[in-house]
Design a protein around this ligand. Structure first.
Ligand code: GLN
Ligand code: ZN
Length: 784
């Protein structure tokens, strides 16, 4: 009998209930008990939805982040929040979100405690808790190669651990009371150490000996509370591990083998590769393998395991939204099930945290597209179908299987998915398409002549404040209360306001302000064939913050210009150059649910061709500067370093196709919301943008060293101030930063601009900040 279980369920709620409850609490609009009540209700509901499983995950729910939960369970809190007198949940949020000096001083919950991430900004207010002092938030970073972000554990040589199992134990009690066949979920010790950052060059592995007794005690308490199996997540096993980290696995699991629970060692997000033999050698009761990423490792893993070990196969995709091919899966699983009997468990490839909750809510997606998709709830249905067919014979689910075959066939043959013209265009792409007519030196001369910009030209990254007026106009337009022409008028008014403001500030290169854009990917996706948008397809990005990734289902094609009319209008208002503003192909790809029926590289190239048409239309419309944002290029890097080169090759090639079809005198800018370029600088140079604007202000320009060492040839706009806080940078700080930058990069190749777009800021902040920036540039021109 094959069993069915789940590794984790989305915690945010089908209607984002958790998000709204958290934000209400942080604003001070609801009580702690109300928030705790919403959490309990969500767990209850989610367990009920998973009631048919043989094992249901418990402990996967979190008020902010499951890695931070684990830190609290292990009694591993940053020094700065220890000894807090208030409620533990408030202390937890202090680590999660920080608390600004502003806020602490005001004590009223009026200030802006905020953080930004991956180019997304938000500004939720902090809860007016009973405390006074500013606290720095824990660092957020990407959870492997997903768009989920976790709070990084902070280690140093003095780090100690001290078990606090109360959260897990109380959730386990709740689950048992509800009759749930509970399987607690925790992060394993080696992955926990690997996910953290060590300060002062201390050795994380040296902490293992201190950590293991705490894990042993935790497992004992879980056993006492009635847990039979514990899912212990060690996804670090899908990355390249040095010998000492491999040894840490042996040490850790030998120690944990003596505890009275059965451990399901769980890996996901990729292949085990060189770690397969290691995994097979560990004394655990069972192993979970991501069989979507590594179908070819199923047989070798089974061959390596003992005859009493459980094999959990993640056969349906936990991080993408395409219906599984049940018939094909059964064909491969039937012999496995025969061989393994009770030892076979079926599961999603990874936690379902990374997909939306329920497709049934998507009443506005067309029926055909819906018939191709599966969200979290549907994934569990797929698993039950597979298990039924394996355990009781295919005949019992023959209708479902026939249906599945039909749906997949309709996707495979749909003219919305495969467009011959697009396939032909991709096949015809040559390197020449991605190559500028002349080298940078020659282009720079042509551009300088045409644009006649001063030394240290000033500009912004594109967006200006998204005011309530703008959002209201967009809402009314969407709901049909504002006609197309009324909406255009409203946006023209915003553009005009934005242009006048920039003229008054004395900026050199203007932007139209992006008022018409809800989101930098969605705006373009909505106008391109091949993209679809859900209504409720939210996925947690971090804390209360969710994203709604576009569903990239078919060959991508542009049907008409997407931005030209706005830019042309903006340019008609001023003599200063106005930049055209586009999102690049790699970013569109990396922030979407991508199709699984062709390589990502092909999809990326299709988007690139569509963006290229827009670039050329802008150029024909007389636009002299075009910016193509690639905010998400770096985050697409594969988990294994050995795969970086391939990714960078096709990603950069796609960008080049999008950007480099223009004449010498047209200036191409690109923008990236980060500054760690050390390991990819050659690829960045290969993009051959005339100007690249990047984030550097928070690192005080140090990170520009990468560009110096490499002698990066083109122009750079290192962000001179941090737009992620409401603080107004003063002129001297900016001057100082540009002077620092000029140590690494020749002044004539430096631009002066903020870190990122200004959409999350208020005009009251933007105006003085940019005024100081422009004055700084003017003073710098005197100095050099
Ligand atoms: N042009 C975009 C903006 O200014 C860039 C945003 C981003 O890089 N995340 O908003
Ligand atoms: Zn940015």
């Amino acid at each position: 009998m094959a069993l069915v279980h789940n590794l984790g369920f989305p915690r945010i709620g089908a209607q984002r209930e958790l998000k709204f409850a958290l934000e209400a609490y942080w604003r001070g609009d609801s009580s702690r008990d109300e928030l705790i009540g919403v959490g309990a209700a969500l767990r209850r509901r989610h367990w009920a939805q998973q009631a048919r499983l043989d094992f249901t995950p418990v402990g996967d729910f979190s008020f902010y982040d499951h890695v931070l939960d684990m830190s609290f369970t292990l009694g591993h809190l940053p020094e700065r929040v220890r000894g807090f007198k208030g409620h533990e949940l408030d202390n937890y949020f202090r680590v999660a979100r920080g608390r600004s000096a502003d806020r602490a001083a005001a004590q009223l919950g009026q200030g802006n405690a905020e953080r930004s991430h991956a180019g997304h900004n938000h500004n939720n207010e902090d809860h007016a808790g009973a405390e006074c002092c500013p606290v720095t938030a824990g660092e957020l970073t990407k959870w492997f190669d997903t768009n989920y972000h976790y709070i990084v554990p902070e280690f140093d040589s003095t780090t100690t651990f001290d078990l606090n199992a109360s959260r897990l134990l109380s959730q386990l009690r709740e689950a048992h009371a509800q009759g749930v066949k509970a399987k607690p979920v925790i992060i394993g010790p080696v992955t926990y150490l690997a996910l953290g950052k060590a300060r002062n060059a201390s050795d994380r592995l040296a902490l293992l000996a201190r950590l293991l007794p705490v894990y042993e005690a935790l497992l004992e308490q879980l056993a006492e509370a009635g847990a039979q199996w514990v899912q212990i997540d060690e996804p670090i096993l899908v990355t390249e591990l040095a010998a000492d980290w491999q040894q840490a696995f042996r040490t850790a699991y030998e120690a944990l083998a003596t505890t009275p629970v059965k451990l399901l060692l769980t890996t996901y997000f990729g292949r085990l590769g060189g770690n397969l033999a290691l995994v097979a050698e560990l004394p655990v009761a069972g192993v979970h393998l991501d069989a979507v990423s590594a179908p070819d490792e199923v047989a070798p893993l089974i061959a390596h395991l003992n005859a009493d070990q459980v094999v959990s196969l993640g056969v349906v995709n936990g991080r993408n939204v395409w219906k599984a091919d049940l018939n094909a899966l059964l064909a491969t699983l039937e012999p496995v099930a025969t061989a393994l009997g009770d030892r076979l468990w079926l599961a999603p490839s990874c936690s379902l945290l990374h997909v939306p909750v329920d497709l049934a809510l998507e009443t506005e997606l067309d029926a055909q597209l819906r018939s191709w998709l599966a969200f979290a709830t549907q994934r569990l249905d797929e698993l039950h179908m597979l298990a039924t067919a394996l355990n009781e014979g295919r005949a019992i689910v023959q209708h479902e299987l026939a249906r599945n075959r039909k749906d997949l066939e309709s996707r495979r043959t749909s003219a919305r998915v495969r467009r011959q013209a697009v396939q032909n265009a991709v096949a015809a792409v040559t390197p020449a398409l991605g190559t500028r007519r002349s080298r940078y030196g020659k282009r720079a001369v042509a551009q300088a002549e045409r644009l006649a910009l001063p030394l240290f030209p000033t500009t912004t990254i594109g967006s200006f404040p998204q005011t309530e007026t703008i959002r209201r106009a967009r809402r009314l337009h969407r709901s049909g209360q504002l006609s197309a022409s009324e909406y255009r008028q409203a946006m023209h008014a915003e553009i005009e306001r934005c242009i006048r403001a920039q003229e008054a500030l004395g900026l050199d290169v203007l932007v139209h302000g992006e008022a018409e854009r809800n989101d930098m990917v969605e705006y373009f996706g909505e106008q391109l064939d091949g993209f679809a948008f859900s209504r409720n397809g939210w996925v947690q990005s971090y804390g209360s913050r969710c994203v709604k990734p576009p569903i990239l289902y078919g060959d991508v094609q542009r049907t008409s210009p997407m931005t030209v009319q706005w830019i042309r209008y903006a340019q008609s208002l001023t003599d200063k150059p106005v930049k055209g503003m586009l999102t690049g192909p790699v970013t569109m790809l990396n922030w979407s649910f991508v199709r699984d029926d062709q390589p990502r590289s092909v999809t990326c190239l299709q988007i690139a061709l569509a963006i290229r048409e827009e670039v050329l239309d802008l150029e024909r419309a007389g636009v002299q500067i075009i910016q193509i944002d690639e905010a998400a290029l770096r985050e697409g890097l594969p988990l294994r370093r050995q795969e970086w080169k391939t990714y960078l090759r096709w990603a950069i090639d796609a960008y080049r196709v999008a950007a480099n079809g223009v004449d010498d005198a047209t200036q191409i800018h690109t923008h990236m919301c980060y500054s760690e370029f050390n390991d990819i600088i050659a690829s960045i140079a290969d993009m051959d943008a005339d100007v690249i604007t990047i984030e550097t202000s928070r690192s005080d320009m140090e990170l520009l060293q990468a560009f110096e060492t490499f002698t990066y040839p083109n122009a750079i706009g290192p962000g001179v101030y941090d737009i992620h806080t409401p603080n107004i940078p003063d002129k001297d700080t900016i001057i100082d930063r540009v002077q620092k930058a000029s140590r690494y990069i020749a002044p004539r190749r430096l631009w002066v601009n903020p870190d990122c777009g200004l959409k999350t800021r208020r005009w009251e902040e933007v105006t003085p900040a940019l005024r100081n920036m422009v004055e700084a540039a003017q003073e710098l021109r005197e100095l050099f």
